[in-house]
Design a protein around this ligand. Sequence first.
Ligand code: PLP
Ligand SMILES: N[C@@H](CCOP(=O)(O)O)C(=O)O
Length: 462
Amino acid sequence: MRYISTRGQAPALNFEEVVLTGLAEDGGLYVPEELPQFSHDELEAMAGLPYTEVAFRVMKPFVGDEIDDATFRRLIEETYGTFKHAAVTPLNQLDHNHWLLELFHGPTLAFKDVALQLLGRLLDHFLARRGEKGVIMGATSGDTGSAAIEGCRHCDNLDIFILHPHNRVSPVQRRQMTTVLAENVHNIAIEGNFDDAQAIVKGSFADQAFLRGTRLIAVNSINWARIMAQIVYYVAAGVALGAPHREVSFTVPSANFGNLFAGYMARRMGLPVKQFVIATNANDILHRTLTENDFSKRELQATLAPSMDIVVSSNFERLLFEAYGRNSTAVREVLERFQREPAALADAPLAELRRLFASHRVDDDTILEVIREAFGATGELLDPHTAIGYRAAQRARSDDTTPMITLATAHPAKFEEAVVRAGFEGAPLPEAMQDLMAREERYDVLPAELAAVQRFVAEHRH
Ligand SMILES: Cc1ncc(COP(=O)(O)O)c(C=O)c1O
Ligand SMILES: N[C@@H](CCOP(=O)(O)O)C(=O)O
């Protein structure tokens, strides 16, 4: 399998190279040159299989023969062996036709674990095979950081630098990162927001001289392996609810759009998906683009769903690439315009997106209302991000007969503020994290400046 850049001006890479890199050198994101296709029979055969077997079948075409089957199966088994639910990503029925896809049973209690626990193992495998070392730089609004640290902290060949927005992640999220005191783990609190952190990471890919030749690796969803691993749970959930014999729909709490883009890939590979609902918080660029063709930046707002406090949605570029018929010149133009001024999409790609995607924006008051309402109706205590999805599914689904699967992206224990403000005592942390709030923390606070961060990385890597 070859991977090409959405901006069309970077060399094509193989799977190993694409995992070991981040942004393409032309500033684009890598996507597969051709998408594997699953036939009706192949999808049908996946129903009822263990998650790990579905994972192997879905991801194998992307990996090709770059990892032998026995090794790849071992990496998959080890990865999902860290999850606390036998089904890995169980479906939980809420009413006659609405399901929650629980993605928070991994070690750090958010959907990021599904991909990042695998990515850490893939990186370790490739770097050890090459006898190379690497430096990871990642930006987090709270969840990617801890999942990446958990996935990579045992990798001898890696230093990991995670940038989080200072005082803008929840206390549990911060401590899940900053209490990991391993020598190769470095937490940086940026005096800015997530977009600032993400811009510094992307800027570092554009100018890597500060690393003097050491490889820079991405763990954010700009890394294709993140998307690849997330495709699996769409397929597993879809076939569990009757695909390919019937269509299913998905609602996805969205911000950087890596999660929903994986669902879109699953559809392009053959999963019969009727509708995707994009659920946003007040940082609603995806909703505005879809409904008003307003593809423009606005000031980032702090909300009760802090992991979705993102304005510049990286993976929307991958969707635009598909909607523009893989015309990288057109994609480059629209994204360059977006950096300077409000941009609008051309008529045909916008119509293409509207055919498949609906969207809904949920404000903080509604998040609290939904947490109470959903608990009353179903007995489930939703985290604030999942609450956004729950309401969006109710408001934007196109019909009541297609099964609707709402992605539950995090465990409520990570977001005490919203849970308590909704009137609950809080959600207990799992046993293994009981002492989290008493553990020693280590992190450095830095200005949101590329040079300051690059200097820090250069000084602290091993
Ligand atoms: C809990 C949670 N829900 C939803 C999202 C949004 O996912 P995505 O960025 O893939 O759109 C994130 C992170 O971005 C998250 O951490
Ligand atoms: N919500 C994310 C933001 C980063 O998104 P990613 O999927 O691109 O890593 C977080 O919690 O850090």
